[in-house]
Ligand binder design. Structure first.
Ligand code: ATP
Ligand code: MG
Length: 408
């Protein structure tokens, strides 16, 4: 679990601000749900057989109540809220959320036990056009953040075509058990699709030759997949079809997608999403199609950092330096005036030597410094010092707001 210190937070604020802007452009509205839910919600909604529920969830007893869990992901809680509040009666819903998620994983770069996701869900539309629109939106978001990520696309079929495929896949994997790692072996029965996702090098030859669901989609799934690709082509979004891309969660059908970045090393997935047409019903609502994605903020921050782009941080326009008692009183008054006018400014409440106040002004990365003392108070005039060029220009104290209000 990480602290995000003030020196790092600008990047986080930027990604959240841009995400909110982009989501609003596409008609998504924010939902905020609790970080704690009933264990049973995740057992049903994410799947008891998944690593997330099976191994990674923080579960606890709450004095004789039902078992509770820290949420490992955002979709189950979002859909619970949708069902609980009967939101289906209001037609198609496009929601987004931001917040911490918790998984007991082995911590490493890009993988933490408390991490943060930004995610979106569309509830109530089965059309491939919405898949394409959502994927294009994530692409748009990355573009606006200056991040280049590769879009991988697949279809994981549906209950019509997947079961027969899974039988064949299991048979194939069982036949090659001895060439697969321990994790793979364990997953063959529990979650065979997930085996395809294994990154262990010695497993790769077997997995490369494994039967592909993409080769045997039923007609409706094939049609859906073709329409999603056509939609992305029409929107000018580039993708790579990856027949081995699966989602770790049981409720996914048809569209599965992932955005990856080379900047991340082993944990290359920045965002992952897909269609989950059965989930609302599993959680007690009316049959409702859905599609969503989540992006990992820690990983996105790492990618943005690797690009070396410094996020814009709001810094004081002016730092008020006081030379004496009268100057200190004036500084407080002028600071209030500037702030009221929306001009960011700061001062050192400890006063002290001019030199140490200037040091503080530098640390705050103020654009200008203004020294105030008895003389300035008496004359109503002071010198505005440009902290970069060291140049000084005279200003009227009463004209400060007007003069600094134009500062970019
Ligand atoms: P991975 O294969 O990397 O474990 P996942 O399939 O478990 O990913 P999802 O459940 O789809 O991931 O979550 C969506 C995104 O959330 C991931 O693409 C990743 O960016 C981020 N994420 C998932 N788990 C973690 C974690 N433990 N720490 C940091 N970010 C994470
Ligand atoms: Mg994982």
């Amino acid at each position: 679990m990480n602290d995000i210190l003030p020196g790092q937070v600008a990047r986080w604020q930027e990604m959240e601000r841009v995400a909110r802007e982009v989501f609003a452009l596409y008609g998504y509205r924010e939902v905020r749900t609790p970080a704690v839910e009933h264990y049973a919600l995740f057992a049903r909604g994410v799947g008891e057989m998944t690593d997330i529920v099976n191994k990674e969830m923080y579960v606890f007893e709450d004095k004789g109540e039902e078992k509770l869990a820290l949420r490992p992901e955002g979709t189950a809680g979002t859909v619970r809220a949708y069902v609980e509040h009967g939101c289906h009666v209001e037609g198609l819903q496009k929601w987004y959320y931001l917040g911490p998620m918790f998984r007991r994983e082995r911590p490493q770069k890009g993988r933490y036990r408390q991490f943060h996701q930004i995610g979106c869900e569309v509830l109530g539309a089965a059309q491939p056009a919405i898949d394409a629109e959502q994927i294009a939106m994530v692409d748009d978001l990355f573009a606006r953040l200056g991040v280049r990520a590769t879009l991988k696309l697949n279809s994981v079929g549906d209950p019509a075509c997947r079961p027969a495929y899974l039988r064949d896949l299991k048979a194939y994997l069982n036949a090659h058990r001895d060439r697969l790692c321990g994790d793979c072996n364990e997953r063959i029965e529990r979650n065979p699709l997930r085996v395809l996702d294994c990154k262990v090098e010695p497993c790769q030859p077997v997995l490369r030759e494994a039967p592909r669901l993409l080769d045997r989609l039923c007609a409706p799934c094939q049609e859906h997949f073709d329409a999603v690709k056509a939609g992305l082509d029409a929107l000018g979004v580039a993708y790579v079809v990856d027949p081995r891309l699966v989602r770790g969660l049981d409720y996914y059908v048809r569209t599965a997608y992932e955005f990856t970045s080379d900047a991340l090393g082993a944990q290359s997935a920045v965002a992952g999403g897909g269609r989950y047409d059965g989930l609302v019903e599993i959680l007690g609502g009316p049959a409702t199609p859905g599609i969503g994605f989540a992006l990992g903020q820690e990983r996105l921050a790492l990618v943005m950092e690797a690009l070396g782009r410094e996020p814009l941080e709001r810094r004081p326009v002016v730092f008020l330096v006081s030379a004496d008692e009268a100057g200190a009183r004036e500084a407080l008054k002028r600071a209030a005036e500037l702030r009221k006018a929306g001009i960011a400014c700061d001062l050192d409440p400890r006063g002290g030597k001019l030199k140490s106040q200037f040091k503080q002004a530098e640390r705050a990365r103020a654009r200008y410094a203004l020294v105030l003392g008895g003389d300035e108070v008496a004359s109503g005039k002071a010198k505005l010092k440009d902290m970069d060029t060291r140049e000084e220009t005279p200003v009227e104290l009463d004209g400060l707001v007007g003069r600094l209000g134009r500062t970019p």
